[in-house]
Design a protein around this ligand. Sequence first.
Ligand code: KIV
Length: 288
Amino acid sequence: MSDPSGSNGSSGSSGSSDSRRKRVTTSDLIAMKGRGEKIAMLTCYDYLFAGILTETAVDAVLVGDSLGQVVLGHDSTLPVTVDDMIHHARAVRRGLQGPLLVVDMPFLSYQVSDEDALRNAGRMMRETGAEAVKLEGAADVTLDRIRLMVGAGIPVMGHLGLTPQSVHELGGYSVRGREREEADRLRHEARALEEAGCFSIVLELMPTELAGEISGSIRIPTIGIGAGSECDGQVLVLPDMLGLNPSFNPTFLRRFAELGEAARRGVDEYVSAVKSSEYPADSESYEA
Ligand code: KIV
């Protein structure tokens, strides 16, 4: 609704060219690792929060397929489609300036065939304005698809450890790489992803020591989530770290704000103000 007072109702974060941040590139992230500068990444799924992130110093933003759980209410990432990802990534793109924008390739969007994988990755880039895609795992076929995308000029971020699209194969959302055999496999897969052309790798839910060893063994930056302090950067799911999802309390999660509580309090106060006719006051109403 337009405001007769003349304001356009937006925070204005995306409108002014004066406030434009310099674009972060994939090479910038690699250079940050070289300098030992930590990379701060967050997920985002909509225009409003993208505008807020633009006003921060966050380096990279992921439209994650965690969208399925935290925004769409599914109990896993599996139901998320390419069209869902594109819909949300377009909204984020409209609000985001500066941080590198990465979009997740959802379940079965890159596994079916070379042609399908490249078409879907191309849609992600062309239709959303993202600067990179992210794929889970390092199976031989995934490595082939990564080479194909990188060969077509599409930057790819890898993802190892807990890979939520394989939750049924893994048997749950548990810490990976505690057994020697799996730890060795993860070390090997990280090198394979680097060789295939990934510019960075998310390491999810693994012991600090293993994530540190992997980070030290490759030149591209690792971005940890539940993988301890020795990664080159960190990523968290935005609604989780802002306290919008208070029932989700894994060990690795720190809540940096309590927006869920603030929102509930605000709505309660609004309801009582309406019920008691205290809102709207004269100062919040228009004269003839
Ligand atoms: O989908 C997602 O949000 C992710 C992050 C947890 C890295 O993959």
